[in-house]
Design a protein around this ligand. Sequence first.
Ligand code: ADP
Ligand code: MG
Length: 363
Amino acid sequence: MSTLIHVEKLKKYYPVLGGVFKRKVAEVKAVDNVTLTIHKGECFGLVGESGCGKTTLGKTILRLLDANGGYIFLGAPEKVIKEITSLDMQIDEARKKKVSKRELLVLTRRLNELRREYDLTAFGGQKLKLLRKRMQIVYQDPTTSLDPRMLVKDIVAEPLIVQGIAKGASARERVIKTLESVGLSVNQLYRYPHEFSGGQRQRVAIARAIVTQPEFLVLDEPTSAVDVSVRAQLLNLFEKLRKDFDLTYLFVSHDLSVVECISDRVAVMYLGKIVEYAYTEEIFKNTLHPYAQALIGSVPIPDPTKRRERAPLKGEVPSPINPPSGCRFHPRCPLAMDICRREEPMLVDVGNSHYVACYAVSG
Ligand SMILES: Nc1ncnc2c1ncn2[C@@H]1O[C@H](COP(=O)(O)OP(=O)(O)O)[C@@H](O)[C@H]1O
Ligand SMILES: [Mg+2]
C-alpha cells in the first residue's frame, strides 16, 4: 500500500471580523491539527455532523483554501515525508531549548528546501496550477457548481483548455470519451445543465472533474442532493471510475450508510479534529470513540433483528471559535473524566490499524 496523500498537522482557521474597521476579532478553527494518510487507490470516507470541518479539510488539501499551518503531500516519497516531519519536530525542540541561531538556520533551510519541492502548502504559481490537473473536487449540488450558461461540451472541455492539455478536435474527442465513461453520450454535448436530471447533472460535474485524468478526487457529499435510486447508480459509477482510472477518493458525507458501502477506511471528525479512524468493517463493528458511537449508532441497519448499541448525544455542537478545552467532545461525553477537561487526547493505535483519540477508551 503506497501513500498518495499525506496531511500533517494541517490547520485551517477562518478569521472572524468585527468592529468598525473589520479587524480580526477571533478565529473559527475549522480544521485543527489534522494528520492523516490516504493510500493510493482507496476510498477514504470522512464523516461527522454538519459544521465539523469536512468540506474545509477537503478544500484545504486541494489548495482551494490556504492552510494556516501544517503540510500536505501528494505522491511524495515516504522518505521525504519522514525527513520533513522529523525536521519539523527538531525545529520545535530546538526553539524550546534555545539552540544557536546557526543550528536553527541549518534545519530551517533544509526544511524549506524540501517544502518548496514537495509540500503543497508551499506551492505557488505554475506548480499550483499543475496541481489542478492532478486533484479535483465534485460538490454536493451540481446546480450551483456548473455554470448554467455554458454548454456541456464547454463545461467539460474547460479544464483541458485552461491547463493547456488539449484544444479543438482533440479536446472534443476527449470530452466525448469522458462523457461516455460517466454514462452520458455524444448527443448531450450541446445541452445546458438545466436540461438534465439531478443525477445526470452530477455526471456532468464528474466528467469535468476527471477529464484531466487526475489521481485524486475529493467527493464532497456527492450523492446528498439526489434521491435514493439515483444515489445507488452514482455510487456504482464512482466504484467503476475508481477501478478504470486508478483514482483515489476522499469521500465526504454525513450519511454513514453511504460511507459504509463505498469506503475502504473511515475517519470520524468532530469540531476540526479526527477522533477515530479504521478500516470500514472494523470501525462499524467495533466503534470506540463515544462520539463515533453516537453517530454510528444512529444509522439504521437493514437487518431488523439486529440493533446497534447507541450512546445518547447530549447538547449541541459547541462553537469552533472557542472550542472546549482538553478533548473537544468532553461537554457532551457520557464517559468524560477529569483528564478529558484538561488535556487533549492524541490518536492512539489500538490494534488492527484502528486509531482513536479518547482517554476513556485507550487509557
Ligand atoms: N468561509 C468561511 N468563513 C468563516 N467560517 C467558515 C467558512 N466556511 C466554513 N466556516 C465554518 O467552519 C466550520 C466548518 O465548516 P465546514 O468545513 O463547511 O463543515 P462541514 O463540511 O463538516 O459541514 C463551521 O463552523 C463553519 O461555520
Ligand atoms: Mg460540508
